[in-house]
Structure formats: structure tokens, C-alpha cells
Design a protein. Structure first.
Length: 302
């Protein structure tokens, strides 16, 4: 097997894994339904925690699982799962689950995991997956592109690229993603989604290493020295990471380069917190656009 980084073993005489050993951390809170009669987390739930973290791991490396693995021509099947218990998680604990791909063979990959409360290691685990044909469930070689994505992510490199350009250049990437988010998911009338402003806007599209569009937005200039971001869309399974922030920062930099002094946007109210964390402030009253509550938000570029 190709070893990506030296795994820390939980053996007598060797140091335990640390939270800092993991680039990827998934957080969750222990719920009432997950504790047992001893008022600690039932042992079997830790496997659910690890499985939840693995799902989030694929999102972090910008791979929408269903569509991405369809392109890759296979699925991942668990071959072996092991846990070692060091201490118990309790009701209302905020847990951090570290997950990393530590080894890859011809058709299998090993994920090392640690469940932490703060910096205290509670559970260590190992998951072994086999890449296989979903119809026959027989193993097949891990595709080179998937191997590459895992290698560069664990090495600290970016797993996405950002493309900017005109609508004619990026329509084939941005249009399907916007349709999925606005028309299919949010049930917006297609006639309201597409407008003539696309032709004059600067568009940004984030693509993963499979070439799939995973986030997009556009930049307008409604008046001199004022920029406006719109049509922000992120693939549903990948939200909560850094993709939306990457689109905003890319378009913000483009606005600065052309001399704009202020940036405005009409945020869906459900996304107001996201934009506030990026430095935007809300102005005016809530209004409806395409049947969805919005609020205008602004940020200075000077």
C-alpha cells in the first residue's frame, strides 16, 4: 500500500493520536437518543459518528458523492471497521472527529479516525474501504484521479480550481448548477432564473478535480464604482465548507481590480449569517424576490 502519512498507533509505548494529526475535522453534538442506561454514548453510535465524518470528508474534498462516484465508475464498500475505546462521550458533549486517508492500495484505502472532546482522545478507529463495481460488488483499481485528489488533500493542497469569465465561456458549467439549486431545489420559476444580465456579468465557477461545477456566482456593475454579486449557488451536499466563500472572495477581488468601491448583494435571509461572517452588513427591510425572503447587504471595498 502507498502510505500517505505515518499513522499514529494506539499501542503501549507509542503516543496516542492527537487532534492536530488531522487536516479534516467534523464536529457534532451528542444527542439524548445516543446515550445508554449508563448515561454515556452507546458504543455502537461511534461507528455512526465515523460514517457521518467520512461523508463530510467527501464534501470537504469537493466530491458530491453520488455524481462523483458515478463518474469514477465505482463505489466504496466497507471491508473492515475497528474501534478502540479510551474514554466515554457524554450527553451534550461537543465532539471533534478527525478523519484522514492514511494508506491506499490497488483497490483499497484506509481511513484513520479519532473522536475528541477538546484535545482529549475518546475513541480511535480505522475504516478500510474497497473500491468496487456497484453492480457486481467486485473490487477494481482506485482511479488515478481519485488517488490524486486524496493525495493532494492530505498534503495540504487545494482540491478545487476557480474559473472566471463571460457567460459564453462558463455557461456550460454554471447553468446546470444554477438550475439544480434554484429551479429544482428552491422551485423558482425558470423564467425568473435566466435573464439578460448574464450576458454582461463576470461569472465565477468553482470546479473540483473531476471537472464538476460545485459553486458559482456572478458580478454585475449596476452603477459606477458599485459592484453587485448575484446568483450565488453551491452544490447542496457541499454546503458548509469554503466554496461559497471562495466565490465571494474571487468576485470581490475582481470588483476591486476594476475600481469598484462598494459591493452589494441581495441575500436570501437564510444565508444572512454566511454573509455577515464575511463582513457584510444588512441594510433596509426584508423583501421578497421569486417568493423568497431577501435582505440587501453591503461591504466597502476601500
Amino acid at each position: 500500500m502507498t502510505q500517505l502519512n505515518h499513522p499514529t498507533m494506539i499501542d503501549k509505548g507509542t503516543p496516542k493520536m492527537k487532534r492536530s494529526d488531522f487536516r479534516f475535522i467534523h464536529r457534532l453534538r451528542v444527542r439524548w437518543a445516543e446515550i445508554d442506561m449508563q448515561k454515556i454514548v452507546f458504543n455502537g453510535h461511534y461507528l455512526t459518528y465515523l460514517d457521518t465524518a467520512v461523508t463530510a470528508y467527501w464534501s470537504r474534498i469537493a466530491l458530491p458523492y453520488e455524481s462523483s462516484f458515478h463518474l469514477l465508475g465505482g463505489e466504496l464498500y466497507v471491508k473492515k471497521a475497528t474501534l478502540e475505546y479510551h474514554a466515554s462521550a457524554l450527553m451534550d458533549d461537543d465532539l471533534s472527529i478527525g478523519m484522514k486517508c492514511s494508506k491506499m492500495g490497488k483497490s483499497s484505502m484506509v481511513f484513520e479516525a479519532g473522536i475528541f472532546r477538546g484535545d482529549k482522545l475518546l475513541i480511535s478507529g480505522e475504516l478500510i474501504y474497497v473500491f468496487a463495481d456497484p453492480k457486481t460488488q467486485t473490487s477494481k483499481p482506485i482511479p488515478d484521479v481519485l488517488r490524486h485528489i486524496l493525495l493532494i488533500y492530505e498534503a495540504g493542497e487545494s482540491v478545487v480550481d476557480v474559473k472566471t469569465g463571460s457567460w459564453s465561456e462558463l455557461k456550460s458549467l454554471a447553468s446546470p448548477l444554477r438550475y439544480d439549486v434554484f429551479v429544482t431545489e428552491q422551485e423558482i420559476d425558470p423564467e425568473l432564473e435566466w435573464d439578460t444580465l448574464d450576458e454582461t456579468a463576470l461569472h465565477a465557477v468553482v470546479v473540483n478535480k473531476l471537472g464538476q461545477p460545485v459553486a458559482t456566482g456572478r458580478l454585475l456593475q449596476p452603477q459606477p464604482h458599485v459592484a453587485q454579486i448575484g446568483r450565488m449557488a453551491v452544490s447542496k451536499s457541499l454546503r458548509g465548507g469554503s466554496l461559497g466563500r471562495l466565490v465571494v472572495s474571487t468576485l470581490m477581488e475582481k470588483a476591486k481590480q476594476r475600481g469598484d468601491r462598494q459591493l452589494v448583494l441581495h441575500a436570501q435571509c437564510s444565508a444572512e449569517g454566511f454573509y455577515r461572517r464575511l463582513g457584510f452588513t444588512a441594510h433596509g427591510e426584508i423583501f421578497q424576490d421569486a417568493g423568497i425572503d431577501h435582505i440587501e447587504m453591503q461591504i466597502s471595498l476601500v
